[in-house]
Design a protein around this ligand. Structure first.
Ligand SMILES: [Zn+2]
Length: 125
């Protein structure tokens, strides 16, 4: 996932480091990368690719080249989509579990009625 707080020059450096660390060369001398998601070959000259954190920075992944791997843009987009929904689900579950999210409104007894003239709930006991 690309954090919006990182400048484009930092991203360019990360991509360059990633490229240098992971580039491979085939028997006829073509430079290529291997997508860490689908394990397919990326031709970096013609295919859009991104430098991706194998372990997300959000969960403590480092910026070291060993953790920043090339991926097809389309594969990364698919993974990001899954990551985001997993994160959101995980957050919702823990919010509920640890009582972070409170129920909205106050617990009005069912037999109370709102008195518009008085501006308050009345009745019940
Ligand atoms: Zn791929």
């Amino acid at each position: 996932m690309i954090s919006p707080t990182r400048s484009s020059s930092v991203q360019a450096k990360a991509r360059r480091d990633c490229f240098d660390a992971h580039k491979k060369q085939d028997e006829i001398g073509n430079i290529y990368l291997v997508c860490h998601l689908c394990e397919g070959r990326i031709n970096p000259a013609i295919e859009p690719w991104i430098a991706e954190h194998a372990v997300r920075r959000a969960v403590g992944g480092s910026d070291a080249p060993s953790n920043v791997l090339p991926a097809h843009q389309k594969c990364a987009r698919e993974k990001d989509r899954v990551d985001i929904s997993e994160n959101a689900r995980g957050k919702r579950v823990s919010d509920k579990h640890f009582g972070i999210v409170k129920k909205r409104g106050f617990n009005r007894r069912r037999d109370m009625k709102f008195n518009w003239q008085a501006g308050r709930y009345e009745g019940g006991r």
